[in-house]
Design a protein around this ligand. Structure first.
Ligand code: NAI
Length: 319
């Protein structure tokens, strides 16, 4: 059972482990026998400043409870230095939790390049650099577990967070691809969209809601995904928080199939708009539509029927 999961001898790097979710992961793995690298730059939630205190406090907590931990204060954009701390202190790395993150919320019309670039640097480049540095070690030892951190903002969009949403959905494509490249080396990668009370959310949610969203309640999902007993859950996208754990997957509508000749016009496509939107017979794909097969089917079709419609607006009026 999850209650008994141990991580003895495992070397785990948790980025952004000085507070919030990262701290909860670090304390948990430290209490379950793992050697923990507690990385944190120690800046503000907007990515300003730095301090050694955030990581040091968590390392102290783990050690006082009898666990093994070491601090690292580098920004995740220098991921190789963080992985280096793991290798120099504990000999290797088995588990990487890309968790560090910041916010730069701003309406898109006021977005500055700095707001955009800093978010991309911490979330996208940071996760890349840490995984890239761990990758050859994972491959060589034929063992690795990675968790990347997405967000509901990235999956569904979120007002005032174009930069953050773009960076967070990037974590999904990144994870899905690492899952494919790593599988044959026993490197598994999953991505989570967590929700938890932290300094990041304490200004946007009321206290009674925050009370139900303890970071500790995100930990068990991460624990089972990175445990050595997980040999198959790979490339998954999970929503987790407040005691709710769910999986997300892609859905493809039935779709329209049109003859590929000169009758494939905007009007012909609009005529099929309902098929494009028809999810009643949808599939849950793990890859792109099989267009070779579809082309074959399309060859059998007659010339595309042309609607009266010349625009989307007209179609809506006609139907
Ligand atoms: P938090 O602000 O409490 O923790 C993030 C930690 O990352 C901080 O300790 C910070 O110092 C550290 N950090 C920031 N930039 C860094 C850098 N360049 N290098 C190293 N460390 C750095 O926030 P929280 O809520 O614990 O967030 C953890 C992750 O979960 C983030 O990736 C966040 O985007 C994501 N997330 C959180 C949600 C929530 O409801 N709390 C919702 C969706 C996603």
């Amino acid at each position: 059972s999850a209650k008994g999961l141990r991580f003895d001898g495992m070397v785990i790097v948790v980025t952004g482990a000085g507070g919030g979710l990262g701290r909860a992961y670090a304390l948990f793995f430290g209490s379950r026998g793992a050697n923990v690298v507690v990385n944190d730059l120690g800046g503000s939630f907007k990515g300003e400043g730095n301090s050694t205190k955030a990581a040091d406090v968590v390392v102290d907590e783990i050690r006082k409870a009898g666990g093994k931990a070491v601090a690292n204060y580098d920004s995740v954009e220098f991921g190789e230095k963080i992985i280096d701390t793991a290798v120099k202190t504990f000999g290797t790395i088995h588990i990487l939790i890309n968790n560090a993150g910041i916010l730069r919320d701003i309406a898109f019309r006021n977005m500055k390049d700095d707001d955009w670039n800093l978010i991309m640097k911490v979330h996208v480049k940071g996760s890349y650099k840490c995984a890239r540095a761990a990758w050859p070690i994972f491959r060589k030892q034929k063992y690795g577990r990675i968790i990347n951190t997405a967000s509901a903002a990235g999956l569904f969009g979120s007002f005032g967070q174009t930069n953050y949403a773009a960076a967070k959905l990037a974590m999904v494509g990144f994870s899905e691809t690492l899952a494919r490249e790593g599988a044959k080396y026993n490197i598994l990668c999953n991505v989570i969209a967590p929700i938890a009370a932290s300094r990041m959310t304490e200004t946007v949610m009321p206290p009674e809601v925050l009370e139900t969203l303890k970071p500790e309640w995100v930990v068990p999902l991460v624990a089972v995904l990175v445990h050595e007993s997980n040999e198959e859950e790979n490339g998954g996208i999970f929503e987790v928080g407040g005691g709710h754990i769910a999986k997300l997957r892609w859905e493809r509508s039935k779709g329209a199939l049109l003859k590929t000749d000169s009758s494939l016009t905007p009007s012909a496509l609009l005529k099929k708009w309902d098929d494009i939107n028809d999810f009643s017979t949808c599939e849950h794909p793990n890859g792109p539509a099989n267009f070779m097969e579809l082309l074959e089917l399309a060859r059998e079709l007659g010339t595309n029927e042309q609607g009266e419609e010349v625009s989307f607006k007209d179609k809506v009026v006609v139907v």
